[in-house]
Design a binder for this molecule. Structure first.
Ligand SMILES: NC(=O)c1ccc[n+]([C@@H]2O[C@H](COP(=O)([O-])OP(=O)(O)OC[C@H]3O[C@@H](n4cnc5c(N)ncnc54)[C@H](O)[C@@H]3O)[C@@H](O)[C@H]2O)c1
Length: 439
């Protein structure tokens, strides 16, 4: 049964019944769209995005991120899409799911969040609630976003309008852990609003909700989930760098250590994507602002950011060891997406492998059956190879463990190479004896 939503406004005695809830989702990407589709099954929802092409595609039930199927979008009968802010009129719950990237100096780039807050501020009315889902540092919602909403709306925070924070935990490409099946952390700017936010999410999240005592606790909880992963992977990457120098196979060591009950199962690898490689900088920025210099978190970042270069150097060294010339050699890199079975290109660290290879004057072809070739060109100036030719490469680097590459197997992948070509397996997808190097 759906929980009754508590009153949002001290002056109104009735709770806001579900049929009065009008939700606006601001930003329809990997996070916003599944949320809009889920809420759209039981509430009236306006899905808003500034990208008119994205909105057009969604109106035709096409999701290029592959997170929501046509059937799921059709089932969300309360959901409409728009890129016109006028269509937000009448909404009383605004959920912000815009990107939170870093700039070239690895500082938080809050511009999308600020701009979305201006949109909310212009549309929100008395009694409205602005809930943020984007990953931020502790304090960002109340220190950065709320003042913008106040300024644009002319309303007073916690008197006329309220805020909430409920971080997203979805994992693109993972069809087992879905929005509804992952417990959701919730919070609000007053105890009553926290109850409202919690009940709202509890009405769609079957895994349940976890309400925190403040927005800052919920913001902190999200950012450290990704920092914990980043630092743990960095430790394993550092071990891989040490074992490489010692001539010991890291995966074999991990398999042995993993037989102990409390050994954590992290693997070495590239750490890319919009979250794990980015979010730590949000917390380190805040820490530095208050005079604390975070050593461990930044050391982890430094190690993880160096892994692409290490992969390229291992491949080049193996070529040299075999007497294969590197200048003008041809190398095929299989996979560009930041993770397997997913088209997401954002902050993929495969580009570090490419950059390092090019510094040796190697000719590099990149093939990824999941990635949109136009996007790859737009984002990275890369011309992808549609169908790599067989027998022409001096080395092949298997960078992403897409299922298509697993299906090819070592034999199929080696067919792209000349006889004696080097095969480096970044993800340890293939049997150890079938490859010439791995992390
Ligand atoms: N992708 C993930 O796996 C994931 C998981 C958990 C949390 N998050 C966090 O969720 C947030 C959103 O990430 P995402 O992956 O969905 O991003 P995304 O890039 O896939 O989507 C963001 C959408 O917001 C739109 N947008 C940008 N500025 C806007 C504005 N001012 N008004 C309206 N729309 C705007 C963009 O056009 C885009 O469609 C980020 O803070 C991210 O860290 C992402």
């Amino acid at each position: 049964m759906q929980a009754a939503l508590p009153a949002l406004d001290d002056h109104r005695s009735d709770p806001m019944p579900p049929d009065q809830v009008r939700i606006a989702i601001i930003g329809l990407g990997y996070v916003g769209l599944p949320l809009a589709a889920s809420f759209g099954k039981r509430y009236r929802v306006v899905g808003f995005d500034i990208d008119a092409q994205r909105v057009d595609e969604l109106k035709r039930f096409h999701d290029r991120t592959l997170e929501a199927s046509e059937a799921e979008l059709r089932a969300a009968t309360g959901l409409s899409f728009s890129c016109d802010p006028a269509d937000l009129d009448g909404c009383n719950v605004f959920i912000v799911t815009v990107p939170t990237p870093i700039d070239a100096y690895k500082r938080p780039d809050l511009r999308p969040l600020e701009s979305a807050s201006r949109t909310v501020g212009r549309a929100i009315r008395k009694g409205g609630v602005a809930i943020y889902e984007s990953t931020v540092y502790p304090g960002a919602t109340e220190e950065v976003c709320v003042p913008i909403v106040e300024r644009e709306s002319g309303l007073t925070f916690n008197v006329d309008f309220y805020a909430g924070y409920s971080p997203e935990r979805i994992n693109p490409g993972d069809h087992q852990h879905r929005l509804e099946t992952i417990m959701k952390v919730t919070s609000g700017s007053t105890p009553e609003v926290a109850d409202f936010v919690d009940a709202l999410y509890a009405s769609i999240i079957t895994a349940g909700t976890h309400k925190t005592s403040s927005i800052r606790v919920a913001e902190s909880a999200k950012v450290i989930e990704n920092i914990q992963r980043d630092v743990n992977i960095a430790l394993i990457n550092e071990l891989a760098l040490i074992f490489h120098r010692l001539g010991i196979d890291t995966h074999e060591v991990l398999a042995a250590s993993g037989t102990k009950w409390n050994f954590l199962p992290f693997k070495p690898g590239l750490v890319g994507g919009h979250c794990i490689g980015v979010d730590p900088y949000y917390l380190t920025h805040k820490a530095q602002q208050i005079g604390y210099h975070p050593d461990v978190i930044l050391a982890g970042r430094r190690i993880n950011d160096g892994m692409g270069q290490h992969v390229a150097q291992c491949t080049i060294k193996e070529m040299t060891r075999r007497g294969l010339p590197t200048a003008n050699a041809k190398i095929l890199v299989l996979g560009l997406a930041f993770k397997e079975n997913c088209p997401d290109l954002r902050n993929t660290r495969v580009v570090d492998i490419l950059d390092e290879l090019r510094s040796y004057h190697v000719e590099v072809d990149v093939h990824d059956p999941w990635v949109d070739a136009h996007l790859a060109h737009e984002e990275y100036g890369l011309r992808m190879t549609d169908a790599p030719a067989e027998g022409v490469y001096d080395a092949v680097i298997l960078a992403v463990a897409h299922r298509e590459f697993a299906a090819l197997g070592a034999e199929g992948i080696r067919r792209f190479g000349k006889p004696g070509a080097v095969l480096f397996d970044v993800k340890a997808l293939l049997p150890r004896e079938a490859v010439d190097g791995r992390l």
